[in-house]
Design a protein around this ligand. Sequence first.
Ligand code: ADE
Ligand code: ZN
Length: 333
Amino acid sequence: MSREEGPIDWAAIPKVELHHHLEGAADPALICAMAQEKQINITGVFDERGHYKYADFPEFLKVYEAATSVLKTPVDYARLTRAVLEGAVDQGVIYLETFLSPDFCGGRDLSAWRDYLAAMQEVADDMADTITLRGIVTCIRHFGPDKAKQTALCAAETAGDFIVGYGMGGDETMGRPRDFAWGFDCAREAGLHLTAHAGEWGDAHMVRDTIDDLHVERIGHGVRAIEGPQLVEYLAASGIVLEVCPASNVALGLYPTLSAHPIARLRDAGVRVTISTDDPPFFHTNMGREYAALSKTFGWTPEDFAALNTTAIEAGFCDDTTREAIAKRLERP
Ligand code: ADE
Ligand code: ZN
């Protein structure tokens, strides 16, 4: 499509999204409605316009957990999953990997986790003609290594066609990657693919330690790798994929503007980057807005985004049959 043909409808481009937190994708209106229905007081979570309210990353994590506290049952998670998938479909997303946290789904109890998972998977199956959803069970770093072990056991016990990965989110300033190695080993032995947040609040050394100690195939964010030229070379040579979330990084103050964001420099250096929203309503973003902003700032065209989506589906944690089906849908929407 050339510019002469009129404005590009970025939402219409078929997309693959790899870095997405299910609770973080909850529309504030849904969380507010559920809080009212259940008579749960979550004052402080929203500003006067009904948006999520936080000043910095620690506060973001607190607000995230407070908002999530209204989601109490498998039925609540089914409702959330349906709303989130409908929103993703509106943005052209055809394949989505979402982070799921047994911490919030039954307090890491395996049989409770199975019930939550079944509820989410039923919705995903129901919508499978329009969007393919896969789950990455994710421990929460600031909850500590012992809880992360229990989370990894939930992941290992439910590994399969739907749960395809294990990961780690949360506060990267807490602990070192090796503190969480047991869970990553356990998940790998269960056949799960691995990713971890690193290089968002941690520096290039944190990214390198995460790769070396946890043996992940992808890094969540990873953008601060740009501060280590040798690491950038290593990432490019190894093919490790970065799940980059530009609007999230700007909203949380990692970079002052999108033009200061290193995604284009990383890509130009040969690093395999992909584009995701992380927690879209928290950052006033969605996949269409991400593409529009990247195009405006870096001059990226639909051809660039097609290449980025090819990288993303190659790096997807699904099986090869699913990967090939999604690759076909990307070619011929
Ligand atoms: N959990 C949800 N969003 C996150 C982020 N951007 N970084 C770390 N943990 C998160
Ligand atoms: Zn994230």
